[in-house]
Design a protein around this ligand. Structure first.
Ligand code: EPU
Length: 418
C-alpha cells in the first residue's frame, strides 16, 4: 500500500507551474469521440482519471496516443462501439460523459449507472432530462442505462440546477442534433467555456457558454482540432492555500486569475497579500490569519472543490470560521480526519463551525476523496510530527505530481510503499 507522509515543513517558498485542468480534460476527451479527424490536446494533466478516460475511449474504438507527457492525440474515425464496461464506469464517475457524444454520433449508448460516491448520492436525472428533451428514449435495466434515438432534434432545456456534468453532456449531445438547442440555467464554469471553444474548433456552432443560456445550432459533422486545455483553477487554489497555511510566499504560474476570484478574495480576507500579474498569482502569507466564512456555490461562487482545502486553513485561523456546503450534500468527510489532527470543528447540517487552534498534530489519516486528500496534505505541512495519509489513490486522481511540486517549494513530503 502506498501512503503520502507529510512532516511539519518550513514556510513554502518558490514557483509552481499549474497543470491543465482535470475537469476540462475529462469532458474534452469525451468530446473527442465526436470528431472524425485527428484531435490533439495539449496540457493534459498526467492523472489517473485521464488514464481511465483514455481507456474508455480506446474501448469504444478510438485511437489514443501520447505524443508527449502532456500531449494526447485522439482519432475517433473508427468509433463504432456504444457500450462502456461496468469495470471502467465504476472506476470513474466522469466516464458517464461519453453518453452525450455516443448518443449523437451513433444514435445509441449503453452504460452502467454511476453509483454514489463519498461526496453524495450524485444523481444523473438532469443529464437524462436533457437527452429526453432532444428526443432520446431512456431505459434502465439491471443497473445499466441506455439511451437511443433515430434522430435527435434540438429543444429548449431548463436545468433545475446548473449541473456541470449535465450541461456538458447535453451540449455534446446537441451539437449534431437537428436544429437549435437552448440550455437555460446552464452551468457557467470555465470548464464549460473550454468545452464550447473546443467543440467550436471541431466545427460546432455554440454560443453563450459562460453565461446561463447556451445556444447550440446543430451541425452535420465535426472534424479535428488542436487545443490547449485551460489551467486547473483548483490545483492553483490548493497551492495558494499552501502559501497561506505554511506562512510562505509562492508564485503560482499558469493561472487565469479571473477563474479564481473567490479564492483570491477569501485569502485576502485572512490577511494574506495576493498579487495578480498576467498569468501568475503570488500569495504572501501573513503572520496572523483571520477567521473567514465561506459558502460554496456554482461558478462564479466559491468552488466546492476548494472547501476542504480552505477548511484545513481555517483550523489554524484566529477565531471562529464557518464553511457552508450547498453544492454536495455530504462533502464533510475530511472533518473527522482533521479532528484527529487536533482541529476543533463542529458540523451542523450543511455548516461546519471551525474554531481556530494554535497547533495541529500529525496523525495517521485517510483521504476520503480527492479534495479531502489535498486538505490533509495542507494540514500536514503545519502539524507537529508526521501525518501519514492513506487512500492516496484519490489524490492521484486529480493532482499531477503532487509530492514533486510540494517538495520543490520546500515541503517535507514523501511517498512510501508499505
Ligand atoms: N445533480 C443532480 N442531478 C444531476 C446532476 C447533478 O441533482 O443530474 C446535483 C449533484 O448531486 C450535486 C450538484 O448537482 O449535488 C452538482 O453536481 P454537478 O453535476 O455540477 O457536478 P459534476 O458534474 O458531477 C463536476 C466536477 C466536480 C465538481 C462539480 C461541481 C468533473 C469531472 N467533476 O462534477 O469535481 O465538484 O462539478 O463543481 O468535472 C473534483 O474535481 O474533486 C470534483 C468532484
Amino acid at each position: 500500500m502506498e501512503k503520502i507522509l507529510v512532516e511539519k515543513s518550513p514556510p513554502l517558498k518558490g514557483n509552481v507551474r499549474i497543470s491543465g485542468a482535470k475537469n476540462s480534460a475529462l469532458p474534452l476527451l469525451a468530446a473527442s469521440l465526436l470528431g472524425t479527424e485527428d484531435i490533439i490536446l495539449e496540457d493534459v494533466p498526467a492523472l489517473k482519471d485521464v488514464e481511465i478516460m483514455c481507456e474508455v475511449l480506446t474501448s469504444l474504438g478510438a485511437k489514443v496516443e501520447h505524443l508527449d507527457r502532456d500531449v494526447i492525440k485522439i482519432n475517433s474515425s473508427n468509433v463504432d462501439k456504444y457500450e462502456t464496461s461496468y469495470e471502467l464506469m465504476s472506476k470513474m464517475r466522469a466516464s458517464f460523459l461519453v453518453m452525450g457524444p455516443l448518443l449523437t454520433r451513433l444514435g445509441k449508448t449503453k452504460n452502467s449507472l454511476p453509483g454514489g460516491c463519498a461526496i453524495g448520492t450524485r444523481p444523473i436525472d438532469l443529464h437524462l432530462k436533457g437527452f429526453k428533451a432532444l428526443g432520446a428514449t431512456i431505459d434502465v435495466d439491471h443497473g445499466n442505462i441506455s439511451a437511443y434515438a433515430d434522430k435527435l432534434v434540438g429543444d429548449k432545456i431548463y436545468l433545475d440546477f446548473p449541473s456541470v456534468g449535465a450541461t456538458e453532456n447535453i451540449m455534446m449531445a446537441a451539437v449534431m442534433a437537428d436544429g437549435d438547442t437552448i440550455i437555460d440555467n446552464a452551468a457557467m464554469e470555465p470548464e464549460i467555456v473550454d468545452l464550447s471553444n473546443f467543440l467550436n474548433k471541431l466545427g460546432a456552432d455554440i454560443k453563450g457558454a459562460g453565461t446561463s443560456t447556451i445556444r447550440i445550432k446543430g451541425v452535420k459533422h465535426l472534424g479535428g482540432a488542436r487545443h490547449q486545455i485551460i489551467p486547473d483553477r483548483i490545483e492553483a487554489g490548493t497551492f495558494m492555500v499552501a502559501a497561506a497555511i505554511s506562512g510562505g510566499d509562492i508564485l503560482v504560474e499558469n493561472v487565469i486569475s479571473n477563474h479564481i476570484k473567490p479564492v483570491i478574495a477569501k485569502l485576502k480576507e485572512t490577511g494574506c497579500t495576493v498579487i495578480e500579474n498576467g498569468d501568475s498569482v503570488r500569495v504572501i502569507a501573513t503572520k496572523k490569519l483571520n477567521a473567514i466564512d465561506i459558502k460554496t456555490l456554482p461558478y462564479p461562487g466559491f468552488p466546492t472543490d476548494m472547501q476542504a482545502q480552505f477548511m484545513a486553513l481555517m483550523t489554524i485561523c484566529e477565531g471562529t470560521s464557518v464553511a457552508i456546503e450547498t453544492v454536495f450534500e455530504n462533502r464533510f468527510m475530511h472533518v473527522d480526519e482533521l479532528k484527529r489532527m487536533g482541529a476543533d470543528i463542529k458540523i451542523d447540517g450543511r455548516s461546519a463551525i471551525i474554531q481556530g487552534v494554535k497547533n495541529l498534530a500529525g496523525a495517521p489519516v485517510k483521504a476520503s476523496d480527492l479534495r479531502a486528500g489535498a486538505a490533509l496534505v495542507l494540514a500536514g505541512l503545519v502539524s507537529e510530527g508526521v501525518t501519514e495519509i492513506e487512500n492516496i489513490h484519490h489524490i492521484d486522481r486529480g493532482y499531477d505530481g503532487i509530492e514533486d511540486k510540494f517538495s520543490k517549494l520546500g515541503a517535507k513530503i514523501y511517498r512510501k510503499t508499505f
